[in-house]
Design a protein around this ligand. Structure first.
Ligand SMILES: *[C@@H]1O[C@H](CO)[C@@H](O)[C@H](O)[C@H]1NC(C)=O
Ligand SMILES: *[C@@H]1O[C@H](CO)[C@@H](O)[C@H](O)[C@H]1NC(C)=O
Ligand SMILES: *[C@@H]1O[C@H](CO)[C@@H](O)[C@H](O)[C@H]1NC(C)=O
Length: 460
C-alpha cells in the first residue's frame, strides 16, 4: 500500500464530510455560572503509524488503549510532535500518527443535564477523533478550531477515552498544497513530503483540547459590529444565535449587559424571541473606543458583552464576549481607524519556536507581544495561517492590528476541489475571528501563482 493511497484516503474520506461549512458557531470556550471548562492538555500517549501506514486502522487502535497496541511514547499537548524527541524518524514522519488519553466525565454533569462539547483549537492537518470508540469528529484543515456535542458518547462518573488520528500529508487538493515523492535511500525506498512554502511543516495537536459544558438550550454564536456617532455614542449591533430547541409553549428571552473594563455595568437590554430574532442595537454614552497601540493612551479598550439566555423551564446560559468599539474605512490613499489615518508598522510573523514547533505556549506569546511593542510595531499579518485564539486575544487586548490570513500558501494548481476547501478555510476563519476588534483585514492567500491562467477564475 503506497503512502499516497493511504493518505489520500483519509483526506478524501474527511473532505466529503466537510464540503459544506457547518452553520453552528465556534465560540471560544469560556467558563461562566452556566459553563464549566475542563482542559485535556497534558501528556497523551503517542504512536507513529509504522511500519504499515494503515496499521492503526487495520488493528482498530481507536477500539482500545493505545498503550495496549504496542510501544507508546508520551507526547505533550499542545505541541507539534516533530521536535520534542531527538528521533529524526519522528521529526520527518510523513503520514498518520495516533494520540490517546483518558479522562473522567463528572457524574455531576449528567445530574445537571449539561451538554458536553469537545473542542480542538487546531490539529495539523486532517484529524479523526473517537470518544469511547465512537467516531465523533472529522476535520481536515489545520490551524482552525472544530468541535462537537459528545454528550451521547460519554460515560458519566467513569473513565472515558479519546483517540485522535492525525495525518500531516499535503496534496494538490489540500490547503496548503504539497505533494508526496518516492525517493530511494540507503535504507530502501522512502516517501517524502515536498512543498514550496518556506517554513517547516509542523504537525500534531497544536492547540488546547477542551471539554466544556452548556445547558440544553445554549448560546451558540454571537455576531457583533460596532460604530459610533459624532457626539461619542458607541453603537454595538449584536445578533445572538442559540443552539438546541425550545419546547413548545416555552418562552425565551435574552438579556444583554455591557460591562466596561472595570466590570461596571453600562447598559442592559432585554429581548425576546419574536420574529426579529435575538438581535438589536445597544448605545453607550461617552464610549471608549478601541484604539491601536501608540495611537491612544489607553489602547485596546474592551467592553464585555454579557449574554444571558433564559427560558421558561431550562437553566440560564451565560456567555461573555470581549467587544471593542471601533470603525475601519479605506479611501484610495488611506486606511482609517475610528476615522483617523493609521500607518501599519509591523511584521509577517510565524507561530514557530524551538521544541514545541507550532504548539501554543503562553510564555512565548507574552514575550513576542512584548517584543512587538518594544520595537514600536502596531500590527502584523498572521503569515501564513490562522494563529491560536489565545494569541489573537492578546492582539485585541493590546491594540495590535491583525491582517488575518487563511492557510493557503503558494497555491499552484487551481481546481474546483481545492477551491471548495479554500472557501471552507476562509469561512471557518471568519466565523472564528469575526468579532475581534484587532482584525482589520482578511488575507485570502499568500503568494498564489496568480499568473497562471486558471488563477483568475479561481479567485473570482
Ligand atoms: C456609522 O455611524 C455614522 C455616523 O452616525 C454613519 O454615518 C454611518 O453610516 C454608520 N455606519 C454604519 C456601517 O452603520
Ligand atoms: C446591524 O447589523 C445588521 C446585520 O449586519 C444590519 O442588517 C443592520 O442594518 C445593522 N443595524 C444598524 C443600525 O447598523
Ligand atoms: C409564554 O408567553 C406567552 C405570551 O406572553 C404567555 O401567554 C405564556 O403563558 C408563556 N408561557 C410560559 C410557559 O410561561
Amino acid at each position: 500500500m503506497s503512502a499516497i493511497m493511504r493518505s489520500a484516503s483519509l483526506v478524501v474520506c474527511i473532505s466529503t464530510l466537510v464540503t459544506c461549512v457547518s452553520t453552528a458557531g465556534i465560540l471560544y470556550p469560556r467558563e461562566s455560572e452556566s459553563r464549566e471548562v475542563k482542559s485535556l492538555d497534558g501528556m497523551w500517549n503517542f504512536r507513529l503509524s509504522l511500519p504499515d501506514p494503515l496499521v492503526g486502522f487495520k488493528e482498530r487502535w481507536y477500539m482500545k488503549d493505545l498503550s495496549k497496541t504496542g510501544p507508546v511514547m508520551q507526547m505533550p499537548v499542545p505541541s507539534s510532535y516533530n521536535d520534542v524527541m531527538v528521533d529524526k524518524k519522528i521529526r520527518d514522519h510523513v503520514g498518520l500518527v495516533w494520540y490517546d488519553r483518558s479522562f473522567f466525565a463528572p457524574e455531576s454533569w449528567r445530574q445537571q443535564g449539561y451538554r458536553v462539547f469537545l473542542r480542538f483549537g487546531s490539529v495539523n492537518y486532517a484529524a479523526q477523533v473517537w470518544v469511547n470508540t465512537h467516531l465523533v469528529l472529522n476535520h481536515e484543515i489545520g490551524h482552525l478550531p472544530f468541535q462537537r456535542d459528545i454528550t451521547a458518547n460519554l460515560k458519566f462518573g467513569r473513565l472515558n477515552r479519546i483517540t485522535v488520528a492525525v495525518d500531516n500529508v499535503l496534496l494538490e487538493t489540500t490547503v496548503p498544497q504539497g505533494s508526496l515523492q518516492n525517493i530511494s535511500t540507503n535504507d530502501g525506498p522512502k516517501t517524502i513530503q515536498t512543498y514550496t512554502f518556506d517554513f517547516f511543516n509542523y504537525a500534531g495537536i497544536h492547540r488546547s483540547v477542551f471539554l466544556y459544558t452548556t445547558p440544553i438550550l445554549y448560546i451558540d454564536d454571537v455576531d457583533v459590529t460596532t460604530n459610533f456617532t459624532e457626539d461619542g455614542v458607541g453603537i454595538i449591533n449584536y445578533s445572538v444565535k442559540y443552539g438546541g430547541s425550545l419546547n413548545s409553549g416555552e418562552n425565551l428571552s435574552c438579556s444583554i449587559t455591557v460591562l466596561n473594563n472595570e466590570n461596571v455595568r453600562e447598559k442592559i437590554t432585554v429581548i425576546t424571541n419574536d420574529e426579529e430574532g435575538l438581535s438589536g442595537i445597544i448605545k453607550i454614552e461617552n464610549a471608549k473606543l478601541w484604539w491601536p497601540y501608540l495611537m491612544h493612551e489607553e489602547p485596546g479598550y474592551l467592553y464585555t458583552l454579557e449574554i444571558r439566555l433564559s427560558t421558561t423551564w431550562n437553566v440560564d446560559d451565560v456567555y461573555r464576549l470581549p467587544v471593542g468599539i471601533r470603525t475601519i474605512k479605506w479611501t484610495n490613499t488611506e486606511f482609517l481607524i475610528n476615522n483617523k489615518p493609521a500607518y501599519l508598522r509591523g511584521f509577517g510573523r510565524h507561530e514557530d519556536s524551538d521544541i514545541r514547533g507550532k504548539g501554543m505556549d503562553y510564555a512565548l506569546v507574552t514575550r513576542d507581544y512584548d517584543l512587538i511593542k518594544w520595537v514600536g510595531a502596531n500590527s502584523y499579518r498572521t503569515s501564513h495561517y490562522p494563529y491560536a485564539e489565545e494569541i489573537m486575544d492578546f492582539a485585541d487586548r493590546h491594540g495590535i492590528m491583525i491582517v488575518d490570513e487563511c492557510p493557503s500558501v503558494d497555491t499552484d494548481h487551481f481546481s474546483d476541489k481545492l477551491l471548495k476547501k479554500h472557501i471552507t478555510s476562509l469561512a471557518e476563519l471568519i466565523k472564528r475571528d469575526k468579532n475581534r476588534p484587532s482584525v482589520i483585514m482578511w488575507s485570502i492567500a499568500n503568494e498564489p501563482r496568480s499568473d497562471h491562467k486558471d488563477a483568475d477564475s479561481y479567485f473570482k
